[in-house]
Design a protein around this ligand. Sequence first.
Ligand code: ADP
Length: 152
Amino acid sequence: MKRIVVFPGSFDPITLGHVSIVKRAIPLFDKIIISIGINSEKKNMFALEKRILWIEQIFKSEPKIVVESYSGLTIDFCKKKEANYILRGLRTSADFEFERGIGQVNKKLAEDIETIFLLAEPQYTPISSSIIRDVIRNGGDASSMIPKEVVL
Ligand code: ADP
C-alpha cells in the first residue's frame, strides 16, 4: 500500500517552517498532498490561487509533492485521496495541546488515519504565518522567514 500523507494548513503564506516539515517528510512517504483548507469563516491575506502557485513553484522539481485545496473535514479529504496519514508540525507546547485535541478527535472519527508529528527545527520554531502577516501588514521585511518564491 502506498503511503500517502495529507499536510493540511492555511499556508497564508507558506513559510520556511512549513517547507522544512515537507522536505523532511519526503523520505517517509510515497506522496505528500499539501492541502490548503478553505475555511469560509477565516479571512485570508493571500488569495488561494497565489498560495497554490507559490507552493507549486517551491516544489516543482519534487514529483512526490502535489498541492490541492479542500473544504470540510480533513479526514474526509484524506479518505477521498486514499491518504492514511495526516502530517503536522509541532513548535511549542501550545501547538501540542492544540494538535492533541484535533488528532484525538480525528482518530475517533477515522480509526485508520494516523496523525504524524514532526518537531520543528529549532531555527524555525518562532516562525508562523500569522507573525509573518503581521510583519508584512506593518511594512516590515519578512524575507528571511519565507521561501524566495513567495513574492509579495
Ligand atoms: P493551520 O491554519 O492549520 O494552523 P498553518 O498553515 O499555520 O495551518 O500550519 C500548518 C502546519 O504547519 C501545522 O501543523 C503547523 O503546526 C505547522 N507549522 C507552521 N509553522 C511551522 C514552523 N515554523 N515549523 C514547523 N511546523 C510549522
